[in-house]
Design a protein around this ligand. Structure first.
Ligand code: 13P
Length: 271
């Protein structure tokens, strides 16, 4: 494996666990404690690979207390945020609240939000801007459904989501961004995209960001793959040049499986 200026190893890998609507506030704390112990026991170096969890909103205060109290190196984020900052928006959560709870990241536009809650690219762009207003790093999720993939239109479809999602950002904001490529057909299906598929899309996204902003900015953005990632498949995806991390659903709910994904470098081999 080769290194280069502004290449893969200038971007700190991010291994992210999206708990979705799993683990209540008690289960979440127990889980996170076990994860931290497992990673400590394995001698995990957090300065090399960043670990973030995305618990349900109701877990966040407990997660914050644990992370602070035990000085854990794990960071955390919300699974969604409102495009608005405050007011009469029943059921919504402001980025300001997430920020005050110590969140580093916030997911924006997960396919389950796009599908179940009919979130459009326009609303998601507002959410991306709302995240920056409150010093949160958005993890913008993009990706095509099966029909689009079968029609061979997956790259253009996904790049359009990226273009609309990042509209109006300045270069500094764009450079901080995380984008997760999650093909909908691979989410929760056990059907993982091949490393070549992940690389093809991540390279296309990076090139597009280079065009929209500049090459240096494109080279700084961290790109994740998500969709049925398991310990057995993580390393082969993460060795791809433009893939800087993974966003894990089901396998992030199993401590040893997720810890093994975090420690993917052990499985990279010596090429
Ligand atoms: P699975 O890993 O369960 O397929 O979920 C992926 C995902 O949606 C992460 O955000």
């Amino acid at each position: 494996m080769t290194t280069s200026t502004n290449g893969k190893f200038d971007r700190r890998p991010l291994i992210a666990g999206n708990w979705k609507m799993n683990l209540d506030h008690v289960q979440g704390i127990t889980f996170l404690q076990k994860l931290a112990w497992t990673l400590d026991d394995a001698g995990h170096d957090h300065s090399r690979v960043e670990v973030s969890v995305f618990p349900p909103f109701t877990d966040l205060r407990g997660v914050q207390t644990l992370v602070k109290g035990d000085d854990l190196s794990v960071v955390f984020g919300g699974q969604d945020l409102s495009p608005k900052d405050s007011g009469a928006y029943t059921g919504d959560i402001s980025g300001q609240f997430l920020s005050r709870l110590g969140c580093t990241y916030v997911l924006v536009g997960h396919s389950e939000r796009r599908t179940i809650h009919q979130e459009t690219d326009e609303v998601l762009n507002e959410k991306v801007h709302a995240a920056y207003r409150h010093s949160l790093v958005p993890v913008l999720c993009v990706g095509e459904g099966l029909e689009v993939r079968q029609a061979g239109a997956h790259v253009e479809h996904t790049l359009e989501q990226v273009r609309r999602g990042v509209a109006g950002l300045d270069r500094a904001q764009a450079a901080d961004l995380v984008i997760a490529y999650e093909p909908v057909w691979a989410i929760g299906t056990g059907e993982v995209a091949g490393p070549d598929d992940a690389q093809e899309m991540c390279a296309a996204i990076r090139a597009e960001l280079g065009t929209l902003f500049d090459t240096e900015t494109g080279a700084k953005v961290r790109l994740l793959y998500g969709g049925s990632v398991k310990a057995a498949s993580a390393a082969s995806i993460l060795r791809e040049r433009d893939v800087d991390g993974v966003l894990v659903g089901g396998a992030s709910l199993d401590v040893s499986e997720f810890a093994s994904i975090v420690r993917f470098e052990q499985h990279l081999g010596t090429d």
